[in-house]
Design a protein around this ligand. Structure first.
Ligand SMILES: Nc1ncnc2c1ncn2[C@@H]1O[C@H](COP(=O)(O)OP(=O)(O)OP(=O)(O)O)[C@@H](O)[C@H]1O
Ligand SMILES: [Mg+2]
Length: 264
């Protein structure tokens, strides 16, 4: 059984009318899509801007309601219309990192509170402060920095905090929507190493939206390519990146920046 399973998953948005006499138009952000992600796998999601990558991951995580179709995580139906409390199990299973490490951190909370918040929110027992210090160390930050506020950190450090928060409750699934794009090359390489290490040591299942092929190459074992709300190509990372079959994928690969793979 797949850890993540989507069947006929789709999402339409109503486009605002430009004039009173216009008919209501619908835009398909995601056309009916099937997807299977096995436990422990790492899936890269690539595609041009507006192709539906974020829509797909939001639907998988129950952050948005599908227009049609179903999502199951570990055999359990994800119902985004259910009250927040009944999705606790899903929050427990998943951790999320977004592109902008500043916007996602509450400026009034210390790093320690930000990172530990999921433990309290999800009612996870144990020595929570110790767990916060442990993940701080894991993401390469001094545990003493738990007392500091987001503005006292650099962009790269803030993204480490976002990552620490995403893994503090030991989720089985980590989802990154362009988690490295706002970072400069050196910091990106450090966080990339961290993610590789996390996958190696904690059997995380990873969903990674990225336009950075180097990142996808280093982290993911399968890739889906999206265009206009459709998955137009999918396969192992080697197949898709080295031998793409679609012209769109070839053009996409030619157009996007390539960070040298590790060890090159
Ligand atoms: N809340 C919304 N209301 C209306 N349209 C939306 C909404 N969210 C997404 N869309 C539309 O759905 C399509 C897919 O958007 P999505 O954010 O999934 O793209 P993306 O691949 O993540 O793009 P990017 O690389 O720029 O983040 C776009 O055309 C977008 O305008
Ligand atoms: Mg997006």
């Amino acid at each position: 059984m797949s850890l993540i399973e989507a069947r006929g998953l789709s999402r339409d948005f109503v486009v605002p009318k430009r004039a009173a006499f216009e008919r209501t138009r619908h835009q398909t952000a995601l056309a009916p899509t099937d997807l299977d992600v096995q436990a422990g796998a790492a899936l890269g999601i690539i595609g041009e801007s507006g192709s539906g990558k974020s829509t797909l991951v939001r639907l998988l995580l129950g952050l948005d309601r599908p227009s049609a179709g179903t999502v199951e995580i570990d055999g359990r139906a994800v119902d985004a219309s259910a009250p927040a409390r009944s999705l606790h199990w899903l929050r427990r299973e998943t951790g999320l990192v977004f592109q902008d490490p500043y916007a996602s951190l509450d400026p009034r909370m210390t790093a320690g509170r930000i990172i530990g918040e999921p433990l309290w929110a999800l009612g996870i027992e144990g020595d929570r402060r110790a767990r916060v210090r442990e993940v701080l160390a894991q993401v390469g930050l001094d545990p003493e920095t738990a007392e500091r506020y987001p503005h006292e950190f650099s962009g790269g450090q803030r993204q480490r905090i976002a990552l620490a928060r995403a893994i503090v409750h030991r989720p089985r699934i980590l989802v990154g929507d362009e988690p490295l794009s706002a970072l400069d090359v050196t910091v990106r390489a450090q966080i990339l190493d961290l993610l590789i290490e996390l996958r190696r040591t904690s059997e995380l299942t990873l969903l990674l939206v990225s336009h950075d092929i180097g990142v996808v190459q280093n982290l993911c074992d399968t890739v889906v390519v999206m265009k206009d709300g459709h998955v137009v190509e999918r396969g192992t990372t080697d197949e898709v990146l080295q031998r793409p079959t679609q012209e769109y994928t070839k053009a996409l690969l030619a157009a996007i920046p390539v960070i040298p793979a590790r060890g090159e």
